[in-house]
Design a protein around this ligand. Structure first.
Ligand code: NAD
Ligand code: ZN
Length: 360
């Protein structure tokens, strides 16, 4: 047995208004006036002076507003890297991602591809990255994915939806300012928050569970209960706690693995472009056979917050479509092994998955 020796985010600042310290945090990392900071910002903040006026642009720094209508693609990463190289005299001093999981993943991938040759698609998988990334900072504006702590950046490529999992992927610095999440719409708050809840359920109920993952997973689970079930917190407490739940949920899966909902949600996302948070919810709603207690509580939270999940997303699909989703889902072997156990292949058949997808 060989144990994972995994890197953690070395620096993190937490607190409402800590975003104001961005300039003092990154200034020492500026190599020279020709080596810019590149800010990748969710375009939901375009025209939002409350946030953008605090982005400390200087010298040759550049702010790119990025649409998150679709999740990050390898082609998008490659284009952005090319633009950055063409636009500036020197390689950047740093990449700063400000947004949700989509932007955080994009920032991680761009920082890796600025120092590694070829296409980002070449690095989808485990430990394929050769050179350290350039300095990269993650600033979440919505809580739940755990992308701020993880050692992966999930990209949709020509063949696969798969992460660049590497020791160079985690951020060098994270700024956790819960105030930045105040504008998140309710449905999105629920979907991305449930990503965290599902991370906990899948980690805590998986065969890879261990004391390390359990300690983080149980904390995140309790925080999710306070936020989504008990519902007695002030808005600010709830924002603060969900940001920490996301962090702990991410730490929990760092040393275990996710499970059935994530494997099947990747299939939905690959074929239909359904985003991670809502996709997980659509799948999880039908997983009572695998996570009975977790699904029961999920349905209760859904009702409490008056969430209507999309229905019938697989209604008009062809057999070929189902095969594509099933191929994507089954390719994620560690997730199934974690969820079901070593002999998962005897229990998880293509027919089983098809019948589950047909319910969605
Ligand atoms: P997202 O980044 O796609 O954002 C969802 C929506 O919320 C967008 O419309 C965005 O504009 C909006 N939004 C974000 N912050 C806002 C704010 N403060 N105010 C108003 N609107 C705001 O959603 P997400 O759920 O955070 O991330 C999903 C992505 O994360 C997927 O691409 C998924 O693959 C990835 N992911 C990565 C990891 C990882 O470990 N790297 C883990 C889980 C998910
Ligand atoms: Zn997830």
């Amino acid at each position: 047995m060989s144990y994972k020796n995994f890197p953690m985010v070395p620096r993190v600042i937490f607190g409402r208004g800590s975003f104001n310290q961005l300039e003092e945090i990154i200034s020492p990392k500026r190599r020279n006036s020709d080596a810019p900071f590149i800010f990748l910002v969710d375009d939901v903040f375009k025209g939002n002076a409350w946030l953008t006026s605090r982005i400390p642009l200087a010298y040759d720094d550049k702010l790119h507003f990025i649409s998150t209508e679709e999740e990050p693609k390898t082609s998008q990463v490659d284009e952005l890297v090319n633009t950055i190289i063409l636009d500036h005299k020197e390689r950047p001093s740093g990449i700063i991602g400000i947004g949700g999981g989509s932007i955080l993943d994009l920032a991680k991938a761009v920082s890796i591809m600025l120092t590694n040759d070829g296409s980002s698609a070449d690095y989808q998988g485990w430990d394929l990255v050769k050179n350290p990334a350039i300095y990269h900072v993650g600033i979440p504006t919505i809580s739940g994915t755990g992308a701020e702590v993880s050692r992966t950046t999930i990209l949709t490529g020509p063949k696969l939806k798969l992460g660049i999992n590497s020791d160079y992927t985690p951020f060098d610095q994270v700024i956790l300012d819960p105030e930045l999440t105040k504008g998140v719409p309710k449905e999105q708050w629920f979907y991305t928050g449930m990503d965290c809840y599902i991370h906990c359920i899948e980690s805590l109920n998986g065969s890879y569970i261990n004391a390390f993952s359990q300690s983080y997973g149980e904390k995140a689970y309790t925080l999710c209960e306070e936020i989504f079930v008990d519902d007695k917190l002030s808005k600010q407490e709830s924002q603060d706690k969900l940001m920490m739940a996301s962090w702990h949920g991410g730490m929990s899966i760092a040393y275990s693995q996710v499970g059935v909902a994530h494997a099947m949600s990747y299939g939905l996302s690959y074929l239909l472009g359904i985003k991670h948070g809502v996709g997980n919810c659509i799948v999880f709603d039908h997983l009572e056979d695998y996570y009975p207690e977790g699904v029961r509580l999920f349905k209760q939270m859904k009702q409490k917050h008056d969430i209507n999940l999309p229905q019938g997303v697989c209604a008009d699909l062809s057999d070929k479509n189902f095969d594509t989703m099933i191929d994507v889902a089954l390719s994620l072997e560690p997730l199934w092994e974690n969820a079901i156990g070593k002999n998962w292949k005897t229990k998880i058949t293509r027919d089983k998955l098809k019948s589950l997808y047909k319910l969605m």
